[in-house]
Every structure is written in structure tokens, then in C-alpha cells.
Design a protein. Structure first.
Length: 282
């Protein structure tokens, strides 16, 4: 595997760790309106990103403004749908189903970016995807509305990865993140003006603030990963967040997982490992 690919995968694993901490906070706060969570998750990240760009004298507007706005809009849609789904689905289940997104990304990359993928890579991605489907059986009764929300969020996320890849290295990663966070802050802020539910204590306020911090670094590392690595090599490693979500759900939220979930996790890890080994051999 080339050094750039190793770095891209490392950035992706750091990204999923940050997002996992953020997801735990979101689950704890899921009694608050979804767009209020979008606002607090975004405003902290927007302030950090804008300050960084200003200090380093980097243009906030960037160069590929149309693509940057497209990526931001797709991201806001995906984030809003995912946050709402947490009101209807267990954390482990919601995150697991959202990670059909890398599958969409690889398919879109094949059609839109002409990134090649071998037959064996298709098989191994299919194995990883089968694991997600198995994990879907964590709950005997899956809320159909929650299921619709999370699968639609995954589709938008897959398109986000393609937009980032299309933007490429021509934009600083913080510029890409900043577009997303500023748009999300605006959308969430307007909605919150009309539907504000105050946090009940200091702990909830601290959790709200932390959403922006962990979300910022998760987004930054993810953006960098897709900028320097091929979509089909980087996207599947977002599945590591499934493992984090299952453990967090079990130890912090008392979610119970069946034997089928263990089989699903093994399928995901095996599929990703085999997929990566095929990539190294090319």
C-alpha cells in the first residue's frame, strides 16, 4: 500500500473515533429537537474552522464554490436525517445502517469518477455489507420511519464522499469543513429560533458544546482522508464506527445485542480486511 493510502486510512480511523464520541453525546441528548442538535453540533465547528482560516490567511470562500456548496447541502441533509433517526433507533443499529453509505460511495465513484474496482473487491464489499444487514437484526422490531430516515441519510452521505473526492486537493480541508458547518449552523439556527428547548442542566450544556468540538475534528480527518486517498480504498474504513457504536450502545446505553450482531461484526471486519488486502496487491 502506498504511503498516501496509509495516511488516508489513518485519518479515516481518527475521524470515526471522533464521530463515535459525538454520537454518544447525540444519543444522550436525543430528547432535544434534531435541528437544535444540528445547530450546536455545527456552530462550534464553524467557529473553530473560521478562526483557523482567518489566522492562517486562507480564503474562506475557496475556489470551487459550486462544489463546496453542493457538498455542504448534501452534508446538512445527511446530518439532519441521521440525528432524527436516533429518536427512533438504538445507537448501534442507527450507525450500522448508516454505514451503507460507503457502499453507495464506491458505486457512485465507479459510475461518476470512473474509479476502477475489481471483482474480488466487489465480493469483499458485499461481505461487509452483508454484515450490516445482519446487524440490522439487533432489534426484533425496527421502526419503519426510523429505517427510512437512516437509509436516506446514508444515500446523502455516499454523495458527500463523491463531492469531496471531486473537490480533491485543490481546497484546504478546513475550507471544505467550514462551508458545511456554516450552512448547517444557518439551517439549524433558523429552525431553533422557532423550536427552542433549553438543556435541563450543566451536563447537557457541556454535551452540546462537545458536539461541535468532536464533530469538527471528525469532519476534518474525514475530509483529509478522502482528499488524499481513493474513495474505494478509504470509504470502507468508516465501518469501524459500527464497532465503536455497538460497544458504546452496550456499555453506556444498555443496548442488548444478539448473537447475530456478533456474526455481523465479524463479516464487516473480515470484509474490510480482505478488501484492503486486495487493494495492497494492486
Amino acid at each position: 500500500m502506498e504511503p498516501g493510502h496509509k495516511r488516508a486510512i489513518g485519518f479515516m480511523l481518527l475521524s470515526t473515533a471522533c464521530f463515535s464520541v459525538m454520537n454518544a453525546g447525540l444519543k444522550q441528548l436525543n430528547h432535544l429537537p434534531s435541528l437544535e442538535l444540528v445547530f450546536f453540533r455545527s456552530i462550534g465547528s464553524a467557529l473553530i474552522a473560521t478562526s483557523f482560516l482567518y489566522r492562517n490567511r486562507i480564503s474562506i470562500l475557496g475556489n470551487s464554490r459550486g462544489l463546496l456548496l453542493l457538498r455542504a447541502g448534501l452534508g446538512v441533509a445527511a446530518m439532519s436525517l441521521f440525528f432524527t433517526s436516533l429518536k427512533y433507533l438504538p445507537l448501534g443499529l442507527a450507525v450500522s445502517l448508516r454505514y451503507t453509505a460507503p457502499i453507495y460511495a464506491v458505486i457512485f465513484a465507479w459510475f461518476l469518477l470512473r474509479e476502477r474496482i475489481s471483482a474480488w473487491q466487489v465480493v469483499f464489499l458485499g461481505l461487509a455489507f452483508a454484515g450490516v444487514l445482519i446487524i440490522r437484526g439487533l432489534s426484533p422490531e425496527v421502526d419503519p420511519f426510523g429505517l427510512l430516515l437512516i437509509l436516506t441519510a446514508a444515500l446523502f452521505s455516499g454523495l458527500v464522499y463523491i463531492a469531496i473526492r471531486k473537490i480533491g486537493t485543490g481546497e484546504h480541508p478546513v475550507v471544505v469543513v467550514n462551508y458545511f458547518m456554516v450552512l448547517a449552523t444557518g439551517v439549524g439556527g433558523v429552525a431553533t429560533l422557532f423550536n427552542w428547548v433549553p438543556p435541563s442542566n450543566g451536563t447537557e450544556w457541556a454535551l452540546l458544546v462537545s458536539l461541535g468540538v468532536f464533530g469538527y475534528f471528525g469532519q476534518l480527518y474525514m475530509t483529509r482522508a478522502f482528499q488524499i486517498g481513493k474513495t474505494q480504498q478509504v470509504a470502507p474504513f468508516k465501518y469501524s464506527e459500527v464497532l465503536y457504536a455497538l460497544l458504546i450502545g452496550m456499555f453506556f446505553f444498555g443496548e442488548s445485542y444478539s448473537a447475530g450482531s456478533a456474526i455481523g461484526v465479524v463479516c464487516i471486519v473480515a470484509g474490510l480486511a480482505l478488501y484492503a488486502s486486495v487493494g495492497r496487491g494492486k
